[in-house]
Design a protein around this ligand. Structure first.
Ligand SMILES: [Zn+2]
Length: 548
């Protein structure tokens, strides 16, 4: 298979090229130089971090014609044969295929005799934890009283499964996961030597996906290079390897919600240290927050694209944070998205955006915000007197705005029915909220008469609109409505659909200049900021427009 080729080709043949295990390399080299040779070594650690590679280099160092030496020459017969795996005195055994007692007995029997040619007989026993109990017992005899010429090197990914009787006889070295920065540097040198084109982002993703395993990372690099015929595209790397793990996002969200700025700063440096693309991370965190918002609304954890346990944990975090705060947070993060995307100093922009999010005061229900916006947007005559707290709205810009032209529709809107909220911003925000979830459905809803009445949202379905009526009976669409109602009016606000008269022809939208001018109005902007909507229609409600 192609993807094994690079890993084999780039397998280190000396201690100095073993990546990320400096402490072990130093200890082994010192011991070799000083002639302190243990009779049994135990190398533990996850797969692909260099355990069997180090075992082979150690075997060479012990048996090199110019040794025992801290660095084998890689040129003598012993070195060459050990590299090839053909040295009779160096045996590599995989315990997984060697777990019968008889096999271990045969092995230990053969080890009583001295080496055929080399200085030491070396037995590398890989995955030693897979030996049976009896096989361990058979092995223990010779490990307890080994002949002078014999060196055992055991390797295991599960140190806890190795019996204490064996452990106590071994000099143990724990191989750590290789940090991703070091790994991506290693991948970079392979790419340069192999003429593979890959960006730093792609290499970081690969290193990250390798989870500290050199072998896995190199194998992934090989796979992706083969896939792209020698070029690794960022999109392929992102698509095939996924992104940051969600546990990190969970902690970050918890820190932001708790207003824990030092923790947020810690995450930012971690992202920087691990070499993540801040734009990519920012986008991923946004969708994570969106999942949190859905869960905060009572969405089922199974609907979220997260492993079960993580989704349940996120649902708990979301409930604790409160729906309003999550909505506010998401809004704030969305508002900064373009800044992070365009910024040259991506990490700095990301840090500022997250810190600002962490500083958000814990609010204030959405209904209250809505009420505030509505009163601010009301006709000037209905506004509270200037002595009321809060600054007056800024005057409209004199530089850019052309003199106001007559509005497209001059007749005042019909007075709303008693105890009914005026159709307008909240309803529009509701349609927008639906649109973000299911745009075609929002287009259908926009044809219906949507009003807020007696504390509930009412969707009056035109009698001939069979499609909308059907949709409103389907659970998936009902959920969209529920989420959107909760998103705009807060949780617990009821909604229902009623069948109405055949629909009237929709009014044409007003001319573009009116909408553009309306969108510049500070109060309208406040609404747009909060709900992320756009101006669809402009209606005249009084004397708000001119304040000489
Ligand atoms: Zn040699």
């Amino acid at each position: 298979m192609t993807y094994q080729v690079l890993a084999r080709k780039w397998r280190p043949q000396s201690f100095s090229s073993l990546i990320g295990q400096e402490a072990i390399v130093t200890a082994l080299r010192n011991a070799l130089t000083e002639g302190r040779i243990a009779q049994a070594y135990l190398f533990s650690g996850i797969r692909g971090v260099g355990k069997t590679t180090a075992a082979r280099v150690l075997a060479k160092a012990l048996n090199c014609e110019k040794g025992p030496a801290a660095d084998p020459c890689n040129e003598c017969i012993a070195c060459i044969e050990i590299t090839r795996g053909s040295d009779l005195d160096v045996q590599e055994v995989d315990a997984a295929t060697y777990s019968k007692v008889e096999q271990v007995r045969d092995l230990t029997e053969s080890l009583k005799y001295g080496p055929a040619r080399d200085r030491y007989k070396v037995v590398v026993l890989d995955e030693i934890h897979r030996l049976s109990r009896q096989a361990f017992d058979a092995l223990l005899k010779i490990v307890e009283e080994p002949p002078a010429h014999l060196v055992f090197i055991f390797a295991t990914t599960e140190i806890d499964a190795v019996p204490a009787t064996i452990l106590s006889r071994c000099q143990e070295f724990h191989f750590r996961r290789v940090p991703s920065l070091l790994l991506s540097g290693h991948l970079r040198s392979i790419c340069e030597a192999e003429a593979i084109a890959a960006s730093d982002t792609a290499l970081r993703l690969i290193a990250r996906a390798g989870e500290g395993s050199v072998r896995d990372s190199v194998a992934l690099l090989d796979q992706l290079a083969t896939f792209g015929s020698g070029t690794i595209a960022d999109e392929d790397a992102i698509r095939l390897l996924g992104g940051l793990d969600t546990a990190l996002f969970h902690e970050l969200l918890a820190a932001i919600v708790a207003g824990d700025a030092p923790a947020v700063v810690g995450f930012v440096s971690r992202i920087q240290d691990e070499g993540w693309d801040p734009r990519h991370v920012y986008g991923q965190f946004l969708s994570f927050c969106r999942d949190a918002l859905h869960l905060g609304l009572g969405g089922a954890p199974e609907q979220i694209d997260l492993p079960g346990e993580e989704a349940v944990a996120l649902a708990e975090l979301a409930r604790g944070a409160g729906y309003e705060n999550l909505l506010r947070l998401l809004h704030q993060l969305l508002a900064s998205e373009q800044v992070v995307r365009r910024s040259e100093a991506g990490v700095l922009a990301l840090e500022i955006a997250w810190l600002r999010a962490a500083e958000l005061p814990k609010l204030a229900r959405v209904e209250d915000i809505l009420a505030g916006v509505q009163s601010a947007a009301a006709p000037a005559s209905a506004r509270p007197p200037r002595t009321a707290p809060g600054p007056p709205p800024p005057p409209p810009s004199r530089n850019s705005a052309p003199p106001p032209s007559p509005p497209a529709r001059t007749e005042p809107a019909a007075p709303p029915p008693a105890s009914s909220a005026p159709a307008g911003e909240p309803v529009q925000a509701f349609i927008e909220a639906v649109s973000r979830r299911k745009a075609p459905f929002a287009a259908l809803l926009a044809q219906a008469d949507v009003t807020v009445r007696d504390g509930e949202l009412r969707i009056t379905v035109p009698s001939e609109d069979v499609l909308l009526e059907t949709r409103l009976q389907q659970p998936a669409y009902r959920l969209v409505v529920e989420e959107s109602v909760a998103a705009v009016f807060g949780p617990g606000v009821a909604w229902r659909s009623v069948r109405g008269e055949p629909k009237k022809k929709a009014e044409p939208p007003p001319a573009e200049p009116d909408r553009a001018r309306a969108a510049e109005n500070p109060q309208v902007q406040a609404v747009l900021d909060i709900f992320g909507g756009r101006v669809e229609t402009v209606e005249e409600h009084g004397s708000l427009r001119e304040e000489p």
